[in-house]
Ligand binder design. Structure first.
Ligand code: UDX
Length: 445
């Protein structure tokens, strides 16, 4: 929404949320305090806020005044009832729809921005047309393809913008209104239109294909570790085939983030609900592989440290699910930590952007042990050199650039020997570290 406000000074954009603390943070005088860390975002907020970008908790007023409403609420995986662990929880979507229906006095375009399972638009339409007061709603699907850490770049220069709408005159009119917004900066040929269902399914599918590539390369990383092959070399070799391409072939400790797992589980759930067992199993394997990769990484640490990590200090560099974000949702670090804590390791975490409270919240959310035990076993440091002092091993969980330029000799000198590094992101120079004296183990080599 901030990028739309920046690119379209004539459009008034109001972002509303019930959470007062969150909105207050978005309105913080110091733009460096906004709740989301994303390169380039604070500059955009600074430019547009107060001009045509507003953050408010007055949801009713904003609905009342809007011509177009983007629904961008959470659609987490259900943690209860039917579809538990697979289906998306649409509670927030439904509450939003009911509030829009209650408040609206003029016709509006409703845009599904949240990633939704296929055919959610019909639920939305049902609620809007049956509980409203005679106003007309057009529902569009406009899924977001930005990746975190590169969000601003992706939004300013998207590969494509996808808009799904009803294939009738009113639907086309609504689509063209939204096309006009994006056309302020996106070339027309990159704005694709489809029917609503294709658009909804495309989002799940795009993420499933990307995650599948990561799981594919990760599955081969294990084979490489048992042979003389090196996964980075294999990735380079296959990536030069133009049909395969070089992107998304980095072996890692496993993918994380708010989308991949959730969307694939959703796809699996939809396939199962239509009785398509083979389709569901096929995609579920991407998740099984990813869980295996995280567990395998933790097990390797335990095995290398002579099969016991009890009481040993293991330092995690990185907690976010990828670099350049403070988002930790589904981060591999959480699961690797959980596995090591089960073996009663002491973990010290350093991440350049993730707050201490978030790390404890993530561990407590798993409910594997009491929060007292988490606090006892896990320390959070704000200085990487302090974090590594007296550690038996360092594990790299996020590919932050700054890790590459550390004084590794200084870190080595202050660690217990033998000093181990487990590079879960393959970002460090193995030869250089081994020359210092480290024992290095990277994913897939
Ligand atoms: C993803 C999609 O890329 C984006 O289009 C969609 O809108 C939302 O979901 P995001 O979750 O922000 O974006 O990050 P992404 O860059 O896709 O990375 C996902 C995970 O895969 C990260 O944990 C990343 O570290 C991991 N990954 C990615 C790898 O392990 N190896 C790779 O080669 C690429």
């Amino acid at each position: 929404m901030s990028v739309i406000a920046k690119q379209c000074p004539d459009i008034q954009v109001t972002v509303v949320d019930l959470n007062e603390a969150r909105i207050a943070a978005w309105n913080d005088e110091d733009v460096n305090n906004i709740p989301v860390y994303e390169p380039g975002l604070s500059e955009i907020v600074k430019e547009a806020r107060g001009r045509n970008l507003f953050f408010s908790t007055d949801v009713d007023k904003a609905i009342h005044e809007a011509d177009t409403i983007f629904i961008s609420v959470n659609t987490p995986t259900k943690t209860y009832g039917a579809g538990k662990g697979l289906a998306a929880d649409l509670k927030w979507i439904e509450l939003c729809a009911r509030q829009i229906a209650r408040v609206s006095k003029t016709d509006k375009i409703i845009v599904e921005k949240s990633t939704l399972p296929v055919r959610t638009a019909s639920t939305l339409k049902d609620i809007l047309t049956h509980t409203g007061n005679g106003t007309k709603f057009q529902i569009l699907s406009n899924p977001e393809f930005l990746a975190e850490g590169t969000a601003v770049k992706d939004l300013l220069n998207p590969d494509r913008v996808l808009i799904g709408g009803d294939q009738n005159e009113e639907g086309r009119k609504a689509m063209s209104a939204l096309i006009d917004v994006y056309a302020n900066w996106v070339p027309r040929e990159r704005i694709l239109t489809t029917n609503v269902w294709s658009s909804e399914l495309s989002k799940l599918t795009a993420n499933a294909f990307l995650a599948q590539r990561v799981s594919s390369i990760n599955s081969l990383s294990e084979l490489c570790e048992h042979t003389e092959a090196d996964i980075s070399e294999v990735a380079r070799a296959i990536g030069t085939d133009s049909r395969i391409g070089p992107k998304f072939l980095k072996a890692s400790v496993g993918f994380g983030g708010s989308c991949f797992q959730k969307d694939i589980l959703n796809l699996v759930y939809i396939a199962r609900s239509y009785g398509l067992t083979e389709v569901a199993d096929y995609w579920e394997q991407v998740i099984i592989m990813n869980d295996h990769q995280k567990r395998r990484f933790a097990n390797k640490i335990i095995r290398t440290l002579y099969n016991t990590v009890n009481g040993k200090k293991i330092t995690f560099l990185g907690w976010a699910f990828k670099k350049d974000t403070n988002d930790t949702r589904e981060s591999a670090a959480i699961y690797v930590a959980d596995h090591l804590l089960y073996e009663q390791a002491n973990i010290t975490v350093y991440d350049p952007k993730v707050h201490k409270e978030q790390i404890y919240t993530d561990l407590d959310y798993l409910a594997s042990r009491s929060s007292d035990v988490n606090e006892e076993l896990v320390q959070v440091e704000s200085d990487p050199y302090e974090a590594c002092k007296n550690a038996h091993a360092i594990a790299i969980l996020t590919e932050w650039d700054e890790f590459k330029s550390y004084d590794w000799k200084r870190i080595y000198d202050n660690m217990l020997k033998p000093a181990h590094i487990f590079d879960g992101r393959n970002i460090l120079d193995k030869q250089q570290l081994e020359a210092i004296g480290f024992k290095v183990s990277a994913v897939g080599s």
